[in-house]
Design a protein. Structure first.
Length: 110
């Protein structure tokens, strides 16, 4: 694996479980996530979950923009050799899979 991909893999590995667990997991999930160091608070849980989920959404947006502004024009012009396919692959995987793994029903049911 190219070492440049590690930050992107880490981004995926951290943001999905932390954001969604904090936002949707309830008091027990917060206790596990923060090792019982902080008292449970619906307000804090919602703020932290919203923050991490916003970072996740922002990540998907910038990855989508990179594909639209950088990758696709090079593909159309026949300049695919200029594209770092490791990063492009991780980005497109993220953009195409994140919407399917977020429990939208639970998020809007609360």
């Amino acid at each position: 694996m190219n070492l440049l991909l590690l930050p992107y893999v880490f981004n995926i590995a951290v943001l999905v479980p932390v954001g969604l667990t904090t936002l949707l997991g309830g008091p027990e999930a917060q206790r596990r996530l923060f090792l019982g160091k902080y008292p449970d608070s619906v307000g804090i849980r919602t703020i932290l979950g919203s923050l991490w989920t916003a970072l996740l959404i922002g990540s998907v947006i910038y990855k989508t923009l990179w594909w639209l502004v950088f990758v696709l024009p090079r593909l159309v012009c026949g300049r695919s050799g200029e594209i770092h396919w490791g990063i492009a692959g991780v980005f497109i995987f993220t953009v195409l899979t994140y919407p399917w793994v977020i429990p939208w029903g639970e998020m809007f049911a609360r």
